[in-house]
Design a binder for this molecule. Structure first.
Ligand code: IFM
Length: 450
């Protein structure tokens, strides 16, 4: 039965949330036995992080998580999406788990539940234990088995209390930004390695889905991708085909296997290496999921071009007319509606959540002491509008998580790009809500649109 609509048009049981990730906010990188991750190493190489920073302190949320929960309470959100740092649980990516790490997440979960906030746990948001990378990281099939061992530990420890789980976050970034474009850890430039990583990340997801089911602890389970369905520059067949090819690597490459269709042939035929598929892998990857998480920030326009080493797939991004955020990403709320409709029509998932959506802007504390960020408010408002339209279109969209609760370590950009609805003062770590924080509080309460 459909739940009644609120005055703002959202279903009354729609989940409103906020997200963060371990390496981006926790800090305490050397505390309680935490082992080094690939991002600690990436940040230690000169020139890899724009401002030369790292996540060793980040927002100090390892110590200040209660302050973060107070912020969530003030917002009135029903859910908090955080990730678990694998190196806090198994410093070397294998073996006996560390109690302090387990206890930290256990305390976090209990404190959230006490405030009536549902914990949404992501099992992998890019902080692979460095010891596993030394053995090949995601290019090595063994990593998928190590992952499932770690996730089984987490299901055992937190299952029942955590009712919503996701396996890997934006595996496209881990595989391609990490192994092919060198922008993310481990910083490699090896297209063949990226293909192996794609398969092992998906295998890890499939094994994890099975471990979740086997744990018998219940709850829902899904995968989070960052799909992209670019617009064609024109209606010519060449540009239409280019747009389809452009979406392959970010969308079908992940969702086709998850929904039992195997890898898209158009992609595998032209890929620089064979996918290292073994018997039974594709069935595991197609283990049923309860939902798909969609992380959406922007949409591009593409046109057909001659294949070159820089554009091997024969498409190129072309300029658009929309305004951009500080990331140089076009602001296209209707792109969110389009991608949600595409996933809904193409794969008919049981449920979709927008697991990340937000924007980086230059924020300053103004003379009156406030942080006035109208650009971010417009961004959130327009994207929430697109969500509401998608629901009217029939998309089974069940929730929305703002990225992010806090300004945090934005990977290769260090602290130079701010996605938070709350600022974090460098040095003191004092949290300061921006205007967008209060806007989102209104949205959660049903007064964010119209
Ligand atoms: O900060 C990241 C997050 O870790 C993953 N999704 C995109 C965000 C903004 O770049």
């Amino acid at each position: 039965m459909k739940s009644p609509l609120r005055n703002d048009g959202f279903p009354s049981d729609f989940i409103w949330g906020c997200g963060t990730a371990s390496y981006q906010i926790e800090g305490a990188a050397k505390e309680d036995g935490r082992g080094p991750s690939i991002w600690d190493e990436q940040a230690s190489f000169s020139g890899r992080i724009l401002d030369g920073s790292d996540g060793s302190q980040a927002c100090d949320s390892y110590h200040r998580y209660m302050e973060d929960i107070e912020l969530l309470k003030t917002l009135g959100v029903g859910a908090y999406r955080f990730s678990i740092a694998w190196p806090r649980i198994q410093p070397e990516g294998r073996g006996k788990p560390l109690n302090p790490g387990l206890d930290y997440y256990s305390r976090l979960v209990d404190a959230l539940l006490e405030k009536g906030i549902e914990p949404w746990a992501t099992l992998y948001h890019w902080d692979l234990p460095l010891a596993l990378e030394r053995a090949g990281g995601w290019t090595n099939r063994e990593t998928s088995y190590r992952f499932v061992e770690y996730t089984a530990i987490m299901f055992e420890k937190l299952g029942g209390r955590v009712k919503s789980w996701t396996s890997v976050n934006e595996p496209w970034c881990s595989a391609f930004l990490g192994y092919q474009y060198g922008e993310h850890a481990p910083g490699l430039h090896d297209p063949k390695a990226a293909i192996a990583a794609v398969h092992h990340l998906l295998l890890a997801h499939g094994l994890c889905a099975q471990a979740h089911r086997d744990s018998g602890k219940g709850g829902v389970f899904g995968i989070v991708i960052n799909p992209s369905t670019p617009r064609p520059a024109t209606g010519c067949p060449g540009d239409l085909a280019a747009a389809r090819r452009a979406s392959l690597e970010r969308t079908a490459l992940w969702l086709d296997p998850v929904f039992g269709r195997g890898y898209p042939k158009e992609y595998t035929d032209a890929a620089p290496a064979e996918f290292p598929v073994k018997t039974g892998d594709m069935d595991l990857i197609a283990s049923p999921v309860d939902f798909i998480g969609v992380n959406y920030y922007d949409e591009n326009v593409v046109a057909e071009c001659k294949p070159t080493p820089d554009a091997p797939w024969g498409y190129a991004k072309v300029p658009s007319w929309q305004e951009k955020t500080e990331m140089d990403w076009y602001i296209v709320p209707q792109g969110l509606r389009r991608v949600l409709r595409h996933i809904s029509r193409e794969y008919s998932p049981k449920a979709i959540y927008v697991t990340e959506n937000g924007a980086a802007f230059k924020d300053e504390v103004s003379k009156d002491g406030g942080i006035h960020d109208p650009g971010r408010i417009d961004y959130l408002k327009s994207h929430l509008g697109a969500c509401r339209e998608a629901i009217v279109d029939g998309v089974p969209l069940r929730g929305y998580f703002v990225w992010s609760l806090l300004d945090n370590f934005e990977w290769a950009w260090g602290y130079t790009r701010k996605f938070g609805i709350t600022a974090v003062e460098p040095g003191s770590f004092a949290r300061k809500p921006k205007d967008s924080f209060y806007y989102y509080r209104d949205a959660v309460a049903g007064f964010g649109l119209d």
